[in-house]
Design a protein around this ligand. Structure first.
Ligand code: NAD
Length: 243
């Protein structure tokens, strides 16, 4: 069941750090070609490209994915770089730590936009390219809060519920076209996001970004008859659905 991933082209958002960087390195080690799409910090993307680029070709397309024109041009540019797109990984996301009554319309829009609207429309934009691949896979990095609520994260939680719902729907809509769609729902991964949004959490026992990257690799290497919709990943000594 182990698929050869050599030379498959991966489009990955949020590659500037944390989980995205670990995914880029892990997939590059499999000789997959990587395009790091979106992100305001060219330096962070270039750092990731430096790490992953030791193993396979890596290109960066910095920019704001919430800008529809940037998204449209970037997807076409990306497909031209290595001649197609086989895998889309919607990983970019922003966290929240705000009381419900203090959430502004701007904060609501910003979080819903990057966590849900961007994966939705980016997937649609990339779909024609995926349809031409024999290995088309979409992986959405959702969260344990796709299943549960967590205080001070009303918009974040809603955005990740939406992302999981979207994942389930298109998984069924496109399976006959041989496009696999999966969600990974982690809780408590030790990245900048968690350091900023949950400073109360100690690094001990947190999931490492590389562990999430290994799950991504597992999905890509296993295209058998068993289709896995989602993987819920909670950390040791924690009940499921708690960060
Ligand atoms: P992170 O902050 O290190 O990474 C988030 C990435 O998203 C950054 O590279 C950032 O540049 C990118 N991004 C944000 N806004 C963007 C925009 N407008 N355009 C393009 N890129 C943008 O945090 P992380 O923990 O690695 O998060 C990766 C994903 O994992 C997110 O979707 C997050 O919600 C999800 N997640 C994280 C945890 C956790 O505990 N860390 C748990 C569950 C889910």
């Amino acid at each position: 069941m182990m698929d050869t991933l050599h030379d498959k082209v991966v489009l990955l958002t949020g590659g500037g750090g944390g989980i995205g960087r670990a995914i880029a390195e892990t997939l590059a080690r499999q000789k997959m070609k990587i395009i790091l799409l979106g992100g305001k910090s060219r330096e962070k993307l270039a750092e990731t490209a430096g790490i992953a680029g030791q193993y396979a070709p890596v290109e960066i397309i910095p920019g704001d994915l919430t800008d529809p024109e940037f998204m449209r041009c970037a997807v076409e540019k990306a497909a031209g770089i290595f001649g197609g797109t086989d895998i889309l990984i919607n990983n970019a996301g922003v966290a929240q730590s705000t009381r419900f009554e203090d959430v502004s319309a701007e904060e609501f829009d910003r979080i819903m936009n990057i966590n849900f609207r961007v994966p939705f429309f980016l997937t649609r934009q990339v779909l024609p390219h995926l349809k031409r691949s024999g290995h088309a896979t979409i992986i959405n990095i959702a969260s344990v809060v796709s299943h549960a609520g967590y205080p001070l994260q009303s918009v974040y939680t809603a955005s990740k519920h939406a992302l999981l719902g979207f994942t389930k729907s298109i998984a069924r809509e496109y399976w006959q076209e041989n496009i696999r769609v999966h969600a990974i729902c982690p809780g408590g991964v030790y990245t900048d996001m968690v350091k900023i949004s949950r400073p109360d959490l100690s690094p001990q026992g947190m999931i490492q970004p590389q562990e999430i990257a290994q799950i991504v690799l597992f999905f890509l290497q296993n295209r058998g008859n068993a289709v896995i919709d989602e993987i819920l990943v909670h950390r040791v000594n924690k009940e499921p659905f708690t960060v």
